[in-house]
Ligand binder design. Structure first.
Ligand code: ADP
Ligand code: MG
Length: 144
């Protein structure tokens, strides 16, 4: 198990870290993303998308559970499971085709569907620390 800790001091730096991860991602990679509202999850995900050579903007897939981007160097499946009522909704959308598919998955609020998460994945947490400044973020990436 590997854990890496990064510190960023601007949205651009967070996006750049995401871009590097997206550029290095291989088919079947699954990333979970946890962090409070406004911490930078969308900024980070936009970077991942850039690293996958997706040009269209990433929006939060709040009402759809999963948003699929096909234009990059491999498919990108962006999940936001915040509004999920029952785990069966994941079966209904055929989540296994995404989790064990040809593309890269990013799952926001993954703690709500813990029982079906792939065993091998990267858990990413973004935190603020106001003592280190308003734009400071600590980004922890853990291989599970
Ligand atoms: P979330 O998706 O987690 O709710 P967003 O990515 O939409 O959050 O918003 C993050 C906000 O924080 C943006 O307004 C961004 O400009 C700001 N911000 C300030 N510093 C940073 C940083 N180091 N990394 C990411 N975002 C930052
Ligand atoms: Mg967001």
């Amino acid at each position: 198990m590997k854990e890496m800790i990064y510190e960023t001091f601007s949205p651009e730096e967070t996006k750049e870290l995401g871009r590097k991860i997206g550029a290095a991602a291989i088919q079947g990679s699954v990333y979970t993303l946890v962090g409070d509202l406004g911490v930078g999850k969308t900024v980070f995900t936009q970077g991942i998308a850039e690293g996958l050579e997706i040009e269209e903007p990433i929006c939060s897939p709040t009402f759809t559970i999963v948003q699929v981007y096909e234009e990059g160097r491999m498919p990108f499946y962006h999940f936001d499971v915040y509004r999920i009522g029952d785990i069966e909704e994941m079966d209904e959308i055929g989540y296994e085709d995404y989790f064990y598919g040809e593309g890269v998955c990013m799952i926001e609020w993954a703690n709500l569907i813990e029982e079906i998460l792939p065993e091998h994945r990267w858990d990413i947490t973004i935190e603020k620390d106001l003592e280190k400044g308003f734009d400071y973020r600590k980004i922890i990436i853990k291989e599970v």
